[in-house]
Design a protein. Sequence first.
Length: 306
Amino acid sequence: MSDVVSEHLVPKTDQQIPEFLEHLGIPGLADIHVHFLPEPMLQKVWAYFDRAEQSYGRPWPIKYRMDEESRIRRLREIGLAAIPALSYAHKAGMAMWLNKWAQDFSTRVSGALHCATFYPEPGAGTYVQDAIDAGAQLFKLHIQVGGFAPDDAQLDEAWKALEQAQIPVVIHAGSAPLDGSFTGPQHVRQLMENFPKLVLVIAHMGMPEYHEFADLAEEYSGVHLDTTMVGTDFTNEFAPMPDSYINRLPALQDKIILGSDYPNIPYAYAHQIEALARLGLGRAWLRAVLWGNGSKLLGLSGEADS
């Protein structure tokens, strides 16, 4: 089968996504970067984005400002094979109750992934191990929002447990759209030197430090990159991928995983797929990124057509 992607099938709307997946010969989308939160916390997050011009210097209208049931239904309609519920703690004492909520979400929502988070505080290693024992499949950290270094010694026991269990951790460590005291590749590099078999997924491909995080993905077998917001019209205004980086993406094919940041995005979900398709890297690359790599990392079933 030709590796050329039929441009007329590249989705412009969410309703067109299933036809595009059929064209690619994949059974669905393996999106590793989706957020579901307790309702009071979600409303605070949306209120923050409503003030985005103060923080980011640009509007950030939430595209999917819908109730939880409607947001879940939309993901199923566009073909997500599993639904993550990523959350992250920004202060001590949050992680355990967020983990309890996320575990409950995974039991009440069919097809949901059991997600968890952690924070540098006494007992982090214990409650991370508890979450692993309870069946957690995916963890999330946000370095800029949390304001901590990923190689903080208080996290050593948590990282040790995650390394041993080989459970992926989505980590927002890049310095865009806002930088922080601990963002950038240097702390993640130190973390990987300390725990070289960790399974990390660098959110947003590490933007804007694209090359530095790609270097880590090449050096460590467990380091991956997710596509969240990358290449979209919105992101290209403040953190475009340089041509030299795009030229590296074919060689990184097996390390790149679909991410979206749904529902907190200022455009249709389909635009993320369109942004990846218009890179012009071919059908095999898109099949790997939209399905193959993420499904392998998350243990999802379903075979792509040959």
